[in-house]
Design a binder for this molecule. Structure first.
Ligand code: ADP
Length: 211
């Protein structure tokens, strides 16, 4: 598996912890003309019935991990990879190259001013930071993450904290960031910073495509 840059003149990788406001910031940039590429959605499609990852998953893990409809059995696979690091690596070896191809293809088809890859686990998966031109991190205090996710999902505080414990820390994320948006106030307060970054990315994309 390679971590070579994508064959794109300019791209942004957007990440942040659960509940930080990634989707909110991504949507605001899309309203201004960026093209969003949602890596979670692509990963999901690859493991849906008929998805390109399904033959490899069936071969590696057997029919027990495939639903009658032909999708990956997500609950079962989640439990397996949680307790079996080798299985996690095997699954990633099937999925990651396909995700890379599909995301790059989606970016090449996109017609916006520049592509933004929304990658919840950008820091954890290690390779994305080298592939994109800039890493944008949406940041907020952990107490706000917990509050927002509890409100949105109905999960308990313990459940949200367990998800956060399995993700990179704020410090790890900020260490790879080229740009940071702090989302700790009213969503409307984000607009000036989103405008500034959009202007920066648009001009970097223009410069890169003129090279
Ligand atoms: P992520 O994609 O990082 O998990 P979202 O953008 O989905 O985060 O935001 C998580 C939840 O918090 C959503 O329900 C969203 O509407 C809400 N939210 C995001 N930013 C704010 C904010 N600044 N103030 C209040 N609620 C917010």
């Amino acid at each position: 598996m390679t971590s070579a840059p994508l064959r794109l003149p300019f791209s942004v990788g957007l990440t942040g912890g659960i509940g930080s406001g990634k989707s909110l910031v991504a949507d605001m940039l899309a309203e201004r003309g960026a093209s969003l590429i949602d890596t979670d959605r692509i990963a999901h499609a690859l493991t849906a019935p008929g998805g390109a990852a399904m033959p490899g998953i069936r071969e590696q893990f057997g029919d027990d991990y495939v639903t009658p409809e032909g999708a990956m059995d997500r609950d079962r696979m989640r439990q397996r990879v949680f307790s079996d690091p080798d299985a996690k690596k095997q699954l990633e070896a099937i999925l990651h190259p396909l995700i890379r191809v599909e995301t790059e293809r989606a970016a090449q088809r996109a017609s916006g001013l520049y592509p933004i890859f929304v990658v919840p686990l950008l820091v954890e998966s290690g390779k994305w930071a080298d592939r994109v031109s800039r890493v944008l991190v949406v940041d907020c205090p952990e107490s706000l993450q917990v509050e927002r996710v509890m409100r949105r999902s109905g999960l308990t505080q313990e459940q949200v904290l367990a998800i956060m414990a399995a993700q990179a820390t704020r410090e790890q994320r900020l260490a790879v960031a080229d740009d940071v948006i702090v989302n700790d106030r009213d969503p409307a307060a984000l607009a000036p910073e989103v405008d500034r970054l959009h202007a920066l990315y648009s001009s970097l994309a223009r410069a890169a495509s003129n090279q």
